[in-house]
Design a protein around this ligand. Structure first.
Ligand SMILES: Nc1ncnc2c1ncn2[C@@H]1O[C@H](COP(=O)(O)OP(=O)(O)OP(=O)(O)O)[C@@H](O)[C@H]1O
Length: 257
């Protein structure tokens, strides 16, 4: 039987008296897209940050099945190994591309930098790879020397994806990747994400408050309210027949024009 790529076990994180994440557990399988939905303040970003070890948890653990078949306890890894893993097998896509890009260097350098980080040194190859990944994310490779600031918001987000994908990660964590974009730009980005997930057999955890985004992308859903998972399951099942009153509210709010 296929083993989970990621096992999240009883993750908890409080800020003072606020339980931002309260004993969250789930498994993510290879090639699966898991959507995490909930209102602002429900704990989605804290959960994502905790999984990526950006936020120190109070309790719980995360186990990742590496490319070489090792079960790695993320919070127990030595710093160097954790950093290498985050640069190679994992990727993080920020809501604001400015947080995920280096704004003062060219598009090509943004992509190439990730390869330099993992020890690639042949500059010709790096430039070719950067051009290749620009094409993959539907950016004209003749823009390779442009700065991110010369790109539209949607293009910046696609550039961020190229920067993440160049090291061929297996797991991508995304925090509201379509937030703040116009509806038509969002739709194009979602289409692109869908084909990238399929073509590269990516496993993805995507945090959003937008039910439309998870309906299009996610195989499974976790619904969070006040730091807890109140409902989970296959996306269509959860959205077409929500059981928990909070999920019912989210779904009906999304239907109201
Ligand atoms: N650094 C922090 N210090 C104190 N409280 C925090 C901190 N980060 C988050 N919180 C609190 O934890 C709870 C969960 O916040 P979190 O940002 O994870 O929610 P969210 O669902 O991602 O919200 P949003 O969609 O607005 O980003 C909230 O009550 C928030 O105020």
């Amino acid at each position: 039987m296929t083993k989970p790529l990621l096992q999240v076990h009883e993750l908890s994180k409080s800020y003072g008296g606020i339980k931002a994440c309260d004993r969250i557990s789930f498994d993510l399988y290879p090639g699966q897209v898991l959507g995490i939905v909930g209102e602002s303040g429900s704990g989605k970003s804290t959960l994502l940050g905790a999984i990526a070890d950006h936020i120190a948890v109070d309790h719980g653990n995360v186990t990742y099945l590496s490319r070489s078949g090792e079960d790695l306890e993320i919070f127990q890894l030595a710093e160097a190994k954790r950093r290498l893993l985050m640069r190679t097998e994992w990727g993080f896509v920020q809501q604001n591309p400015r947080d995920g890009l280096r704004i003062r260097v060219s598009a090509g350098a943004n992509i190439g930098e990730r390869l330099l980080d993992i020890g690639v040194r042949h500059y010709g190859n790096i430039r070719d790879e950067a051009a290749h990944w620009l094409r993959e994310v539907e950016i004209d490779p003749t823009r390779i020397d442009d700065l991110p600031a010369q790109f539209s918001g949607g293009m910046q987000q696609r550039l961020q994806l190229a920067r993440v994908l160049v090291t061929r990660p297996r797991l991508i964590l995304m925090d509201e990747p379509t937030g703040g974009l116009d509806v038509s730009v969002q739709a194009r980005l979602l289409d692109l994400l869908r084909s990238l997930v399929r073509n590269f057999h990516l496993s993805v955890i995507i945090v959003t408050h937008d039910i439309g985004v998870v309906r299009l992308l996610a195989h499974r859903l976790l619904v969070m309210q006040q730091g807890q998972v109140v409902e989970s399951g296959l996306t269509d099942q959860v959205l077409d027949d929500p059981q928990h009153p909070y999920t019912q509210l989210l779904v009906s709010a999304a239907l109201t024009p």
